[in-house]
Design a protein around this ligand. Structure first.
Ligand SMILES: [Zn+2]
Length: 84
């Protein structure tokens, strides 16, 4: 969800329109082409950025988990070598 008082959506003709948060899910008229459209907050640029950030964080966790597994495997191999 947008944190500021505005979010940005594309009209059906791909004009970027700044929409006050209070007008989310309302029918608007694009100031550039007068096309009527509904401003879905979920379709906003900000919501898209949130999705990208979440995906990036997930990948970070996968990377961290992989490194931890490698370290554990390395320590395990080291200990196994010491014990044998
Ligand atoms: Zn437009």
């Amino acid at each position: 969800m947008p944190t500021s008082g505005f979010f940005q959506v594309s009209c059906p003709n791909d004009h970027l329109v700044r929409v006050p948060a209070g007008l989310a899910e309302e029918e608007l008229v694009c100031p550039q082409c007068s096309q009527r459209f509904v401003a879905h907050a979920a379709d906003s640029l900000e919501a898209g950025e949130d999705r990208v950030e979440r995906a990036a964080r997930q990948w970070l966790w996968v990377a961290v988990a992989t490194v931890v597994l490698l370290i554990v495997a390395g320590v395990g191999a080291f200990l196994a070598g010491m014990l044998s």
